[in-house]
Design a protein around this ligand. Structure first.
Ligand code: PGA
Length: 253
């Protein structure tokens, strides 16, 4: 069975104190209000991982993710953080290939493949992001664009490695813009992604892969998005910084 997942990507927001209060609020709301079978993930900035992670430990629905990881195992890579370091402070998931990292940090398909390998090798689960810019959608090339992103980074994984992967479809034109993909646009792309995955890996593994939608997801639109057959949850940016909104999104299943 596919896991239903709601992950909050905090990006470069919050101070230490603010991060701790946010995760405490989320922890309480998830414990008090969320009954269904859903995995909730928070992805704070690196310096707060360990402390935020400690506050998630008593909650069997709440898990910790990093927003990035180095493709290297260890060594002279100033400013980088390895998968084994993330694991050693209790991280279980890693966001890989977010469009902001592809854009501002020039992460290419080969680098993302190495990051996937490094993450899976440590027993962590990657949340692999894909999604097209507006000009590709306007030119009706969005399926090819996303298909190539999947192929260029994922197709070299083994079936066993792929079993650990979660995919997040985040159309760039919907990220932080308030303009969300319609539930129909999300569903048709998610179905396409699943079909592409079934060509690269076991059909069963593709069927079981959780595919999350991201891009201006909020309490008002989450229910309709999550109701789509191939939408298995969300990767939430702005709305994950407010505990009430985030909890309401989680409860939209
Ligand atoms: P948003 O960001 O929800 O603020 O649009 C989503 C993301 O970038 O993961």
């Amino acid at each position: 069975m596919r896991k239903r997942i709601v992950a909050g990507n905090w990006k470069m927001n919050k101070t230490y104190e603010e991060a701790l209060s946010l995760v405490s609020e989320i922890d309480n709301m998830v414990k008090d209000e969320v009954n269904g079978d859903v995995t909730v993930i928070v992805a704070p900035p690196f310096p707060f991982l360990q402390s935020v992670g400690k506050l998630t430990q008593g909650n069997d629905k709440l898990y910790l993710a990093a927003q990035n990881v180095s493709e290297h195992e260890s060594g002279a890579y100033t400013g980088e953080v390895s998968a084994s370091m993330l694991k050693s402070v209790g991280t279980e998931y890693v966001i890989i290939g977010h469009s902001e990292r592809r854009m501002y940090h020039h992460e290419d398909a080969q680098t993302l493949y190495k990051k996937l390998k490094a993450t899976i090798a440590q027993g962590l689960k990657p949340i692999f992001c894909c999604g097209e810019p507006l000009e590709e959608r306007d030119a009706d090339r969005h399926f090819d664009y996303v298909g190539k992103q999947l192929h260029d980074s994922l197709s070299y994984l083994s079936n066993e490695e792929f079993d650990q992967v979660i995919v997040a479809y985040e159309p760039i034109w919907a990220i932080g813009t308030g303009r969300t993909a319609s539930s129909q646009q999300a569903q048709e792309m998610h179905a396409y992604i699943r079909e592409q995955l079934s060509r690269m890996f076991d059909a069963e593994a593709a069927f079981n892969c959780s595919i999350l939608y991201g891009g201006s997801c909020n309490p008002g639109n989450a229910k309709e998005l999550f109701a789509q057959e191939d939408v298995d949850g969300g990767l939430i940016g702005g709305a994950s910084l407010k505990s009430r909104d985030f909890a309401d999104i989680i409860k939209s299943f």
